[in-house]
Design a protein around this ligand. Structure first.
Ligand SMILES: [Zn+2]
Length: 445
């Protein structure tokens, strides 16, 4: 019944004495869409259905612009941030037949009343017919209280400058969320609910909740102040190395800091459903939105390493590429230049590295343990090899101009897939992976 009334509400009005409809309300999702001047509403489209709330066929001058409003449940799709909506969208497009090469050309952030988090993720993509650019697609993604929504807009032919400007203006002004905005600092209720959901059963002392500029720290450690200060320093160092914007309204990232290893091992074993024995091999881990660890030394390199993982998946939204890429960026932050150089020089001189075509396919560098021919720990060498690749891409004459492109492209590729990595290499540097490896050897040798 609810759906039907929604449909009725959103049907365009007709009749000679009424002006064409320019505004649509979607009360269930607290969204309002207003067509600005310049957009001319065309013939009625096939009725929407399922996840599609509405579609519009319009023209702007000589351009045909078709678009739709789609919603999906947040909980089911794991949408915690508007960027997740866009990530899902790209992922789904890549999974369509012939969609392997789909990628966004531009990605932007629009701050404003776009949802339960006060910003939207906006992107564009080109539509190709072999080598001819035949259209432009525009996307806007945001969150309501319980859904992720996206507006997908197809413009044909490819949008010229004024048409592009008109469409982006529509995104800025014509899409409004009228519901409540979430507290980026977490409400007391939210914080306690999260704690109750995830807390280890054995837990000594008193729970403290400490908020810093970027983190909400759940802890029973008396050293929370020093640890909090260090986490903010790590955040700054990571942001300076792998730039990402500060977006108003983004939620603080959760950190669990336990007083004892015992409490941490129990937390990890329970949440990841692994044995305590396996959990006890780690000192800290970043997973989903959180980082969990126990108090030992606040300058232990594990913290900046795991903080990098947390930021790559929750701020940069670059959680792809493969273990080589993810461990590479984290290890780049937690090692000294001399450690990387020591390993890479030696490897480059004696062909000691794992060939890159093999290396990028390793599902987990951590689990690639074993002894190399000379008896060194393989996992340790693999971590250094990964870090030395990031070092080379960031600091070598060959790599540095394209470093940002390299990060964005590699970090958004399917995990450990040779074809997509080869294609990405071609796009960024115009060479194949073997050519990239040869440049790496030249740099370190
Ligand atoms: Zn790691």
């Amino acid at each position: 019944m609810l759906l039907l009334s929604l449909l009725l509400l959103s049907l365009p009005q007709s009749g000679a004495d009424t002006a064409p409809q320019t505004r649509w309300e979607f009360p269930e999702d607290q969204l309002e869409i207003t067509l600005p001047k310049g957009f001319v509403l065309g013939a009625e489209q096939a009725p929407p259905g399922g996840m599609m709330l509405h579609r519009w066929a319009t023209t702007i001058g000589a351009y045909r612009v078709d678009f739709s409003l789609v919603v999906v449940p947040r909980a089911q799709w794991g949408l915690q941030d508007p960027f997740d909506v866009m990530e899902n969208l790209a992922y789904n497009r890549q999974a369509e037949p012939g969609g392997e090469s789909f990628r966004f050309e531009e990605e932007m952030i629009f701050e404003g009343p776009f949802g339960a988090m006060p910003f939207a993720s906006v992107a564009t993509a080109a539509k190709w017919n072999v080598t001819e650019r035949i259209g432009t697609e525009f996307f806007l993604g945001g969150l309501t209280a319980d859904k992720g929504y996206s507006i997908r807009l197809q413009c044909q032919p490819a949008a010229d400058k004024p048409t592009r400007a008109a469409i982006l203006k529509f995104f800025r002004e014509g899409v409004v969320y009228v519901g409540e905005v979430e507290n980026p600092l977490w409400t007391k209720e939210e914080a306690f609910a999260r704690w109750e959901k995830d807390r280890p059963r054995a837990f000594g002392g008193e729970l403290k909740i400490v908020r810093t500029k970027h983190y909400i720290i759940f802890t029973n450690s008396s050293s929370d102040k020093l640890f909090a200060k260090k986490m903010e320093e790590y955040y700054d160092a990571i942001q300076a190395t792998f730039p990402f914007p500060e977006v108003k309204g983004r939620k603080l990232m959760p950190v669990f800091l336990f007083r004892t290893g015992e409490e941490y091992f129990e937390y990890y074993a329970t949440i990841a459903q692994i044995s305590k024995q396996v959990a006890a091999k780690s000192k800290g881990h970043a997973w989903r939105d959180y980082y969990a660890t126990y108090y030992d030394s606040p300058v232990d390199p594990v913290h900046i390493h795991e903080a990098t993982h947390q930021i790559f998946s929750n701020r940069l939204k670059l959680g792809g590429g493969g273990s080589w890429f993810q461990e590479g960026v984290a290890e780049y932050m937690s090692t000294q230049p001399n450690e990387r150089k020591g390993y890479a020089r030696n490897a480059a001189k004696h062909a000691g590295q794992t060939p890159f075509q093999e290396f990028v396919l390793i599902p987990s560098l951590l689990q690639s343990a074993g002894k190399s021919a000379t008896g060194e720990d393989m996992a340790q060498n693999h971590y250094l090899q990964a870090a030395s690749i990031i070092d080379f891409a960031r600091n070598s004459k060959f790599g540095k101009k394209k470093f940002d492109d390299f990060l964005q492209t590699m970090g958004s590729q399917r995990f450990a897939d040779l074809d997509t990595i080869e294609a990405a290499m071609q796009r960024v540097y115009g060479i194949d992976l073997a050519g990239f490896e040869a440049e790496w050897v030249k740099y370190w040798d």
